[in-house]
Design a protein around this ligand. Structure first.
Ligand code: MF3
Ligand code: CO
Length: 249
């Protein structure tokens, strides 16, 4: 069932989203060559708690950290490690979730470390734009598949692979609520969008083929062909006009 949030719930999700936007901005500023992915997690955990929030990923289905840190060919759900040091030219996807007074926000960004290749820059830019192409259709009366199709069409126009094995989701008093939101076109048009729905739209885009696998840690998702992957996610609210992006300042 896809829930419609009350004004009170929306207010809390706005707060959660603003805080999460600040968390990701602060983390992005802190990234530098030589930083370990565990340091990113520890800093993120501190920032989230400093805002009076709870990091929603910590211990979620046994996930051991507060921030998912995925480098280069890692797509999502990378596990922070003190042994994994960032280096110039890496691309790093940070995915974070916060709970504020019982309500969730979920967002992700991909950052470059120092000077990165033109190919990496384009992948990051296009992945972000995939989100914005998708939410052009995030309007009451449209169907979920309109969003999915727009994301896929845009990504594929650059020859990129749209990850199929992971999807976006509804969000609210739980991190993952109905509906599932694929980033690729479905055979059915999906639910009709209504004001008060809150959704986490999260294109995961590979520079090469879309196939991915899970590492032996059972979390880290990597591209099968070793190509770079980027992730961009925001929590949004469907309104009777333009969607409101809750996790952006
Ligand atoms: N943004 C991710 C998602 O929506 C959250 C990571 S799941 C966790 O699935 F287990 F790492 F928390
Ligand atoms: Co998500």
């Amino acid at each position: 069932m896809v829930s419609i949030k009350s004004e009170r719930e929306i207010g809390l999700m706005r707060e959660a989203g603003k805080i999460l936007a600040c968390v990701l901005d602060e983390l992005g500023e802190a990234l530098h060559p030589g930083m370990s992915t565990l340091e990113i997690d520890q800093l993120g955990d501190r920032i989230i708690r400093r805002y009076g929030c709870i990091p929603s990923f910590k211990n979620y289905n046994g996930y051991p950290a507060s921030i998912c840190v995925s480098v280069n060919d890692e797509v999502v759900h990378g596990i922070p490690s003190k042994y994994h040091l960032l280096k110039e030219g890496d691309i790093v996807s940070l995915d974070a979730g916060v709970i504020y007074k019982g309500y969730h926000s979920d967002a992700a960004r991909t950052y470059g470390i120092g000077e990165i290749s033109p190919e990496a820059k384009q992948l990051i830019r296009v992945t972000k734009q995939c989100f914005f192409e998708g939410i052009k259709y995030a309007k009451a009366g449209n169907h979920l598949n309109d969003i999915s199709t727009a994301i896929q069409t845009y990504a594929q126009s650059f020859g990129y692979g749209v990850v199929r094995d992971l999807v976006g989701h509804g969000i609210g008093s739980h991190l993952h609520e109905d509906p599932e939101i694929p980033n690729f076109s479905q055979r059915r048009r999906g639910i009709r969008l209504r004001p008060g729905m809150t959704l986490a739209i999260e294109p995961m885009i590979n520079a090469g083929r879309y196939d991915v696998s899970w590492l032996d840690d059972n979390w880290t998702v990597v591209t099968d062909d070793g190509s770079l992957s980027a992730h961009y996610e925001n929590t949004i609210l469907i309104t009777d006009q333009e969607p409101e992006i809750l996790s952006l300042l």
